[in-house]
Design a protein around this ligand. Structure first.
Ligand SMILES: C[S@@+](CC[C@H](N)C(=O)[O-])C[C@H]1O[C@@H](n2cnc3c(N)ncnc32)[C@H](O)[C@@H]1O
Length: 190
């Protein structure tokens, strides 16, 4: 025997094709609004997929800092792994990516596994404030100014003399060594 639908479902169930189209339009509108919102959301929030380092900028960062296979690079807030994958592939440097957001960390893990780069890249899901950065030769950051400011004392305390820091888009309160104006990349040295 057919079970009757709960009252609430019966009340909101589309009665004809017009009703179905209405629900579909509302669904699409919500998705579009979420996508638009995520584009303007602060870059340190988990809902900001478009705040990332794309390959062109990544290659410019590698060139600006002269990253080679001898380097150990830490990306603080490594997102979905786009930059760290590029560095490992193109320079064979040892890479460590630290990301607090579980979803982005998971995506990065899958990408690293598929790219067969697990021997070159270590990913950690944690806050970069809890990581010892003293073995780095290069630090890469794409973080908002407030976070860069908070992070600076830790960098000054832990990093060895000569360690390079590349910041994308936002400057830091350190002496600038070099910059790529077009790509908005800033290179500093401790
Ligand atoms: C603007 S996105 C940049 C992502 C990646 N670095 C890139 O350039 O493609 C900043 C990232 O930093 C992460 N993040 C912010 N604060 C963090 C923290 N305290 N520890 C680890 N990750 C953090 C965010 O979750 C986000 O994925």
């Amino acid at each position: 025997m057919k079970q009757p639908k709960p009252r609430l479902l019966r009340r909101f169930a589309p009665r004809n094709d017009k009703g179905k189209m209405f629900y579909l339009a509302v669904f699409i509108l919500i998705i579009v609004l979420l996508l638009l919102l995520s584009a303007v959301w602060p870059p340190d929030s988990p809902w900001s997929p478009w705040w990332k380092t794309y390959k062109k900028t990544g290659r410019a960062a590698i060139k600006l800092a002269g990253i080679s296979s001898k380097d150990k690079i830490y990306e603080l807030g490594s997102g979905d792994g786009e930059f760290i994958l590029l560095v490992a592939k193109e320079t064979r440097a040892t890479c460590v990516g630290i990301e607090i957001d579980p979803l982005r960390h998971f995506i990065a893990r899958v990408r690293v596994r598929f790219a067969n780069l697990s021997s070159k890249i270590t990913l950690k899901r944690k806050s970069f404030y809890d990581e010892d950065l003293s073995s780095a030769t290069v630090i890469y950051v794409y973080l908002i100014p407030r976070v860069l400011k908070q992070l600076l004392p830790k960098l000054k305390k832990e990093l060895k003399k000569g360690t390079k820091i590349i910041s994308y888009k936002y400057t830091m309160d350190l002496k600038l060594v070099k910059e790529d104006k077009k790509e908005k990349l800033y290179l500093y040295k401790i």
